[in-house]
Design a protein around this ligand. Structure first.
Ligand code: ZN
Length: 120
């Protein structure tokens, strides 16, 4: 007997650990242009329990935000910035997104200098 779960996005029963077939079908996704900021926040929260394959999650996040959303922006600490963005419509700069990563955890070629350090 296979177990079922309830999809947090569409509230339908889904078999075991399979992606939700309804939510995996992009034609079932709401038109974000008709959604308020509050509705987008509610949708974001429903998608935070993984119900679809990762590429579809990021595709939906791209639709909701109108930009690529980095994984580190999705932490519970950083999500407050995402909520604010959905209400205000003001998108963060690249520096804003990088600066959400604790300085001692940044790796790679992101030698981001804030306005304070550009006076060298
Ligand atoms: Zn679903």
């Amino acid at each position: 007997m296979s177990e079922q779960r309830i999809c947090t996005i569409c509230d339908t029963a889904v078999e075991g650990r399979q992606p939700c077939p309804y939510c995996s079908d992009e034609t079932n996704w709401r038109d974000v242009s008709a959604m308020s900021g509050e509705e987008k926040i509610q949708e974001l929260e429903r998608w935070m329990t993984l119900q679809v394959e990762m590429h579809l999650l990021y595709k939906r996040l791209h639709q909701i935000f109108g930009r690529y959303v980095a994984t580190h922006e999705l932490t519970s600490t950083n999500k407050i910035h995402l909520h604010a963005e959905l209400v205000t419509g003001i998108q963060p700069t690249f520096d804003d997104v990088v600066n959400l990563i604790p300085e001692n955890k940044r790796v790679g070629p992101f030698n981001i200098k804030g306005s304070d350090s550009e006076q060298e």
